[in-house]
Structure formats: structure tokens, C-alpha cells
Design a protein around this ligand. Structure first.
Ligand SMILES: Nc1ncnc2c1ncn2[C@@H]1O[C@H](COP(=O)(O)OP(=O)(O)OP(=O)(O)O)[C@@H](O)[C@H]1O
Length: 310
């Protein structure tokens, strides 16, 4: 069996608002995060990602359910695993007038990490030479990478990022994405929460999708994408109506979109061409439509009546 970095069963958390209203933030969450690689923890705003992470870190008490981190039940055994976990939930305060390196050296001293580690973590986050520059000259992406470097000082096996690219520009987003990918490739476990699915799709090895505090889907990115409708192809043909009738008769799902048909459920794209050619309809364009996490997510939440936002 694959080793699990994180596992939760029946995790539940209800908040009471100041007006006394009950808000169910997490509702029976079963989450498994395999050790090693990047795991995307995906869900719309307010779906319970931050609350789940806070429960795992012992910052919020669960109402019900069990959790383990590297096999240790938490929060009871948190002291035994806490040194293996680094969380970048909020950026640490750095001194603007000091260099990135100096800031990390001060932190290393504070937590008892060897100073030699500073050069290593600067390299791991591709800050390298920029470590000699003052913190206040850094771009947002570099500031965020310095926060990651600070977390790496104690060599954590599990890194937790809560919406790490919030507020970053496209270049900053790419920098953080590459850093996460490198960390996962080194054998560390990276848990990254996000509501931006396209962003996570490019780095995650495995994903869990949640909605309203419940698990909706999980597995490798390919498995989650594959669990959707199957092949979808966009077809252009002279007689759209006749083509739609033929394909529907053959048991395929057909929708029209402008001058095209969107056809779901074919074994392979060529099946569509074959069925139409047999009836003397010739396809002028046939394009497989790429399924992405965003569309799987919308489909899952629509099935649950959850909607993307609330
Ligand atoms: N301290 C709190 N008191 C009351 N309600 C809360 C509290 N913290 C979170 N909630 C509510 O719990 C639900 C889940 O919130 P949570 O922050 O865990 O979701 P999230 O998926 O991390 O969303 P986001 O990406 O917006 O942070 C939301 O409805 C939120 O309003």
C-alpha cells in the first residue's frame, strides 16, 4: 500500500457565527494524500479547504472524525510529526532592509537550523544569487519563494500551501508553480489548496476535489479527468441536423454549438467519422475537445447542486 502523508476520515467542523447561525465548514471529509509528489486540494471559495488544513495543523479543533499525518494520529501526536511539516499559511515577517540571505540566517539561528542550510534553501527555491539583494527589492513572487525557503530550513517532508499564488502576477504564479513541482520531484509531499483548477492541473500528480466540505473526486489528474464523460469531439459537417439524428440514434450524446456539433461518448473520434460516412455525410472538421479539471469540477458540482460559488 502507498504510504499516506495525510489521511482523514469523517472529518467535520461546524462554526457558529456571532448571530448564532451554524455554518458547516467541513462535512464528513475523507481525504488521502499519498506521500511524495504534489497533491492539489481543490474546491471553490468557502468549500472548507482552509478549515481542513487548520484542523490538520492543530489550529482548529475538529467536531468529529479522525486524522493522521505520516501515520500518526493528530492532533494527539502532533508533537511527534510537527518537525516533518512545514506550512506556508501566512508569510512570515521579513526585515525589508536586510538581504534575503540575512533574513534566512536570522530565522535559522532562531529555530536552531545550521547556517549552511541557508544556501541550500536559496538554491532549492531558485533564489540563488538574489539572496544577496535586499528583501524590499524583491518581486511578490520572490517574497513568496523566500517564505517557502524559510519553511524549508527545517527540511520538512510535508509542505502545506494554502492558496499560494493569491495576489501574484502571472510570472510570480509560474515561479511558485515551478518551485512546488521541484519540491514534489525531490520526493517531498506538497499539499496545495486552490480554487484555480487550471493552475494546479499543471503541477499536481494527484488531486482531491471538495465541495461544501465533502470529497467529490480524488485520484491522479488523469484518473479524475478520465472519470468525466469520456471522449468529446467537435464535428463540422454539411447537414448538421441529419448528422445529429444519426449520432443520437447510435447512442451518442449530441449538442449543437454554432456551426458544430459536440459529441460525447464515442469510443474514439474515428467512430464519429465512420458512422457519418456510412450514411454519406462527410466530416469537414473533427477536433477532440480537451477535458480539463475545470470542466470536471463544474460537472461534479452541478451534479451535486453545489454551484461554483456561494
Ligand atoms: N471562524 C469562522 N467562523 C465562522 N465561519 C467560518 C469561520 N471560518 C470559516 N468559516 C466558514 O466556513 C466555510 C468554509 O470556509 P474555509 O475558509 O474553510 O473555506 P475555503 O475552501 O478555504 O475557502 P477560501 O478559499 O475562500 O478560503 C465558509 O462558509 C466560511 O464562511
Amino acid at each position: 500500500m502507498t504510504e499516506l502523508a495525510i489521511s482523514t476520515r469523517g472529518l467535520r467542523k461546524t462554526y457558529r457565527t456571532r448571530r448564532g447561525r451554524r455554518v458547516v465548514a467541513v462535512e464528513g471529509l475523507d481525504l488521502d494524500v499519498p506521500a511524495g509528489g504534489v497533491h492539489g486540494f481543490l474546491g471553490p471559495n468557502g468549500s472548507g479547504k482552509t478549515t481542513s488544513i487548520r484542523m490538520l495543523l492543530g489550529l482548529v479543533r475538529a467536531d468529529a472524525g479522525t486524522m493522521t499525518v505520516f501515520g500518526e494520529p493528530v492532533p494527539r501526536r502532533l508533537p511527534a510529526v510537527v518537525s516533518r511539516v512545514g506550512a506556508i499559511v501566512e508569510s512570515p515577517k521579513f526585515f525589508p532592509a536586510f538581504t534575503g540571505r540575512k533574513n534566512l540566517e536570522l530565522l535559522a539561528d532562531a529555530i536552531g537550523a545550521p547556517r549552511g542550510r541557508v544556501g541550500e534553501v536559496l538554491a532549492e527555491t531558485s533564489l540563488g544569487e538574489r539572496g544577496k539583494d535586499k528583501f524590499r527589492t524583491y518581486s511578490l513572487g520572490m517574497k513568496q519563494r523566500l517564505a517557502i525557503a524559510a519553511t524549508l530550513l527545517k527540511k520538512p517532508d510535508l509542505l502545506i500551501f494554502d492558496e499560494p499564488t493569491n495576489g501574484l502576477d502571472p510570472a510570480g504564479i509560474r515561479e511558485i508553480r515551478e518551485t512546488m513541482r521541484d519540491l514534489g520531484a525531490q520526493g517531498r509531499t506538497v499539499l496545495v489548496s486552490s480554487h484555480i483548477l487550471a493552475e494546479v492541473e499543471q503541477v499536481a500528480d494527484t488531486v482531491s476535489i471538495i465541495g461544501h466540505g465533502r470529497l467529490l473526486a480524488s485520484g491522479t489528474v488523469a484518473e479524475v479527468l478520465g472519470s468525466s464523460t469520456g471522449t468529446t469531439v467537435k464535428v463540422a459537417v454539411d447537414n448538421l441536423q441529419e448528422a445529429a439524428r444519426i449520432l443520437t440514434e447510435a447512442g451518442l450524446k449530441v449538442r449543437s454549438e454554432g456551426n458544430h456539433l459536440l459529441v460525447d461518448g464515442a469510443q474514439e473520434p474515428a467512430e464519429v467519422t465512420r458512422r457519418l460516412a456510412r450514411r454519406e455525410l462527410y466530416v469537414s472538421e473533427l477536433v477532440p475537445v480537451r477535458v480539463d479539471l475545470e470542466s470536471v469540477f463544474l460537472q461534479l458540482t452541478a451534479d451535486e447542486g453545489l454551484g461554483g460559488h456561494r
